[in-house]
Ligand binder design. Structure first.
Ligand code: NOJ
Length: 512
């Protein structure tokens, strides 16, 4: 089980209100207790933080905000002592606009080798005042920004699929690969166990950067598989090169962020000589409906079956609303999130738990506007609030904010109602969400009933689903509004109280 740490929001050891690596190290005991096998830490490399660290100014250094290189070395050492692996986020598709390469590119003339590391183009129209193509940025507005040349005149445009502070690099340029290879080796040589690769379906761009047929509207909009901005065939050669480097390091893993719906195209990313794992976001996008959940599971299994890779599962991450809220919020949303967690942890493959999910945290949808930090807020002209609501710092202990997250003022305010969701409040409470997670993770790791890479579906009442793993585990989900009879077997874990005979609505159970 991978545990995703959003480092700004996990634990702050310095009192500046932002989480850091010493904060993570201080909480390794908690992560061990939870039963975590590996951490995925969102970007901690040097960054001006225009997009929470996904704008990297130096990919081979740790930002002082997070404690610098020494803090990472110490975290890796102690995590390894506890049997926890450490994977980190790398961002190959773009750099920060403060990366030395981009600063050099701005100072250099059109057509120069410095500009060839990015996608600089002349604008359209008689005076070049129109963007080179019609691509929108994922964060709103055009995917192009015009620069001012060194003589002060309006000049070329550069491509940024995300914020203007995140110029896309040109992967046709050999220098870009050589530098990325250096980055991979730099961290692997320091003991990092692998990487989550950001926008792993990006990087390669189609020849000539053609216009899009229909311009996708909507900030952070879900992408169509024919979108020329992503999933270009050339990306697979990049993944093969990355894999050859990783293969030199025993057990190193590469996990790609791959937003591709088509199962065959998705599977291409996890062929034996490409990524080890790719995030499948279907469960994070599926409503709490049995048919939809079953569909998501079948598709996720089908997507990797053809190439023999492991499936991956995630209910949430730092880019999507938290599941408690997605499933309706309040008591019902929490019950459903607990149920879906049992479904997820019953599945074969790799599970990714986003920090705070184990506490049943809801999204915080009423953050004050002046607290919002997601670039989408500004880019959308204050129409899309963005992803801050799922990034609010974790509540650890005590009756009021900042709940032990910091001794200062948390970078995003925490709701006072989180007093009952703190780690401290839940740790010894047997029916808490944290206790449910701990029990589920422990059973999943220890019991032979979870063995086998497949599952068989059982017949089940309408609004429900049931499957059996070859080892013998049976998982039942009741997404219908009425209680349903449980199949024969002994209930070993349930997300809500059961009497052994029936399962209440919005609940799941494991039987053996
Ligand atoms: C995906 C990351 O998960 C997201 O947080 C980020 O904004 C974009 N990639 C751009 O790097």
């Amino acid at each position: 089980m991978f545990y995703q740490v959003y480092p700004r929001s996990f634990a702050d050891s310095t009192g500046n209100g932002v989480g850091d690596l010493v904060g993570i190290r201080d909480r390794l005991g908690y992560l061990e207790l939870l039963g975590v096998d590996a951490l995925w830490i969102c970007p901690i490399t040097r960054s001006p933080m225009a997009d929470g660290g996904y704008d990297v100014a130096d990919p081979r250094d740790i930002d002082p905000l997070f404690g610098g290189l020494t803090a990472l070395d110490e975290l890796i050492e102690e995590a390894h002592e506890r049997g926890i692996k450490v994977t980190m986020d790398l961002v190959p598709n773009h750099t920060s606009s403060e990366h030395p390469w981009f600063i050099e590119a701005l100072a250099a003339p059109p057509g120069s080798p410095e500009r060839a590391r990015y996608h600089f183009r002349d604008g359209l129209g008689p005076d070049g005042s129109l963007p080179p193509n019609n691509w929108p940025s994922i964060f709103g507005g055009p995917a192009w920004t015009r620069v001012t040349e060194s003589d002060g005149a309006p000049g070329q445009w550069y491509l940024h699929l995300f914020a203007p502070e995140q110029p896309d690099v040109n992967w046709d340029n050999q220098e870009v690969w050589l530098d990325f290879e250096k980055t991979l080796r730099f961290w692997l040589d320091r003991g990092v166990d692998g990487f989550r690769l950001d926008v792993a379906h990006g990087m390669a761009k189609p020849e000539g950067l053609p216009d899009m047929a229909a311009v996708a509207s909507g900030v952070l909009a879900h992408l169509d598989d024919n979108d020329p901005r992503f999933n270009h065939r050339g990306v697979h050669e990049i993944h093969r090169r990355i894999r050859r480097v990783l293969d030199e390091y025993p057990n190193a893993v590469a996990i790609g962020e791959v937003w591709v719906d088509d199962n065959d195209r998705f599977g291409e990313y996890v062929r034996p000589d490409e990524l080890h794992l790719a995030f499948n976001f279907r469960l994070a996008e599926t409503p709490f409906e049995a048919d939809a959940v079953r569909d998501a599971i079948e598709n996720s299994l089908a997507a990797v079956a053809g190439v023999g890779a492991s499936p991956t599962w995630t209910l949430s991450n730092h880019d999507v609303p938290r599941e408690v809220t997605r499933f309706g919020g309040g008591v019902v949303g929490l019950a459903r999130a607990r149920a879906m967690m049992l479904v997820e942890l019953a599945l074969p493959g790799a599970v990714f738990v986003y920090n705070g999910a184990e506490l049943g945290l809801p999204n915080v949808d009423d953050l004050p506007e002046d607290a919002l930090r997601d670039p989408t807020w500004e880019r959308s002209g204050h129409t899309v609030r963005g992803r801050d609501g799922c990034r609010v710092p974790l509540p650890w202990e005590g009756p009021e904010p900042p709940f032990g997250f910091t001794t200062g003022r948390a970078w995003l305010p925490q709701p006072s109602q989180w007093a009952e969701l703190t780690v401290e409040a839940q740790l010894e409470q047997l029916d808490s969400t944290l206790s449910l997670y701990r029990a589920a993770i422990e059973l999943r790791g220890a019991r032979p009933e979870f063995a086998g890479p497949t599952l068989d579906w059982y017949g089940s009442p309408s609004g429900c689903l049931a499957f059996r793993r070859p080892g013998g585990l049976i998982c039942v989900l009741n997404a219908s509004p009425v209680p349903v009879a449980l199949p024969p077997g002994q209930v070993v874990l349930a997300s809500a109280p059961v009497d052994g005979l029936s399962l209440p609505p919005d609940a799941a159970a494991w039987l053996m």
